[in-house]
Ligand binder design. Structure first.
Ligand SMILES: Nc1ncnc2c1ncn2[C@@H]1O[C@H](COP(=O)(O)OP(=O)(O)OP(=O)(O)O)[C@@H](O)[C@H]1O
Ligand SMILES: [Mg+2]
Length: 225
């Protein structure tokens, strides 16, 4: 059982630059950030402030320049590629704005996919998720046959099916109209809370940010609480 006070994600003095020479730009200038188990946090900030960069570092998809990232007790910055890949399979779930479903797999197989990679295939849980996400009627359909909101619900189901400790979501409802986006996010938050999953979600919307436990704001390369 995970206590609320235990850090699932801890960033210490993270810096990151992009580009070389004159084009070099320091995007993150010393990020200190901690997310406790079971907490949900909105990450806000202007376009270009480095929100996606930060999420990619936390997911081990890119390298930080300096600093440490501890994810579920493991130092991501010290892991090799295989170690990071394993962490992404079993510990972290990533949800992007574009739904990133596998086009050749139907809804049921898309939902089962991540859980199978994590070695946590659980048909009863996958079924329950599909039902909760309103996808039971669509299990045999392919992603191209679904609306945007339906596709994002599949992406959420696929992520939750693997029972990750931490979900990193980058504007998960950014491609949806406001009403659909709110409904999809409500469902995601309900499931995240029930399962005790920790969530860090990038959003431009103050209204959506208010639905989460807390907010972190990225400005001039630093996080202000
Ligand atoms: N792979 C990359 N190569 C070079 N520069 C990059 C790369 N990724 C991001 N950047 C730069 O880093 C800065 C921060 O980008 P990032 O995508 O993290 O911002 P963001 O806060 O997510 O913005 P948005 O709200 O528009 O999604 C930008 O100036 C961007 O041009
Ligand atoms: Mg972004």
């Amino acid at each position: 059982m995970i206590g609320k006070g235990v850090g699932v994600l801890t960033l210490t003095n993270i810096t990151k630059s992009w580009g070389q020479g004159d084009a070099r730009q320091q995007v993150l200038r010393g990020i200190d950030f901690k997310l406790a188990a079971g907490q949900s946090c909105a990450l806000t900030g202007e376009s270009g402030s480095g929100k996606s960069t930060l999420l990619h570092l936390a997911a081990g998809l890119d390298d930080a320049e300096s600093g440490t990232i501890i994810l579920d007790g493991q130092d991501v910055t010290a892991l090799n590629d295989a170690g990071r890949a394993a962490l992404r399979r079993t510990t972290v779930g990533v949800i992007f704005q574009q739904f990133n479903l596998i086009p050749s797999l139907n809804v049921a197989a898309n939902i089962a996919f991540q859980a199978r990679l994590a070695n946590r295939a659980d048909p009863a849980w996958a079924d329950a998720l599909a039902r909760r996400l309103g996808l039971s009627e669509h299990l045999r359909k392919y992603p191209e046959q679904l609306s945007g909101g339906q596709q994002q619900r599949v992406a959420i189901g696929r992520t939750l099916a693997a029972r990750p400790k931490l979900i990193l979501a980058d504007e998960p409802t950014g491609n949806l109209d406001e009403d659909t986006g709110t409904r999809v996010l409500d469902l995601m938050l309900e499931l995240v809370r029930e399962t005790g999953t920790t969530l860090l979600m990038v959003t431009h919307s103050g209204r959506l940010a208010d639905l989460l436990d807390r907010r972190a704001h990225l400005e001039r390369g630093r996080i202000t609480p």
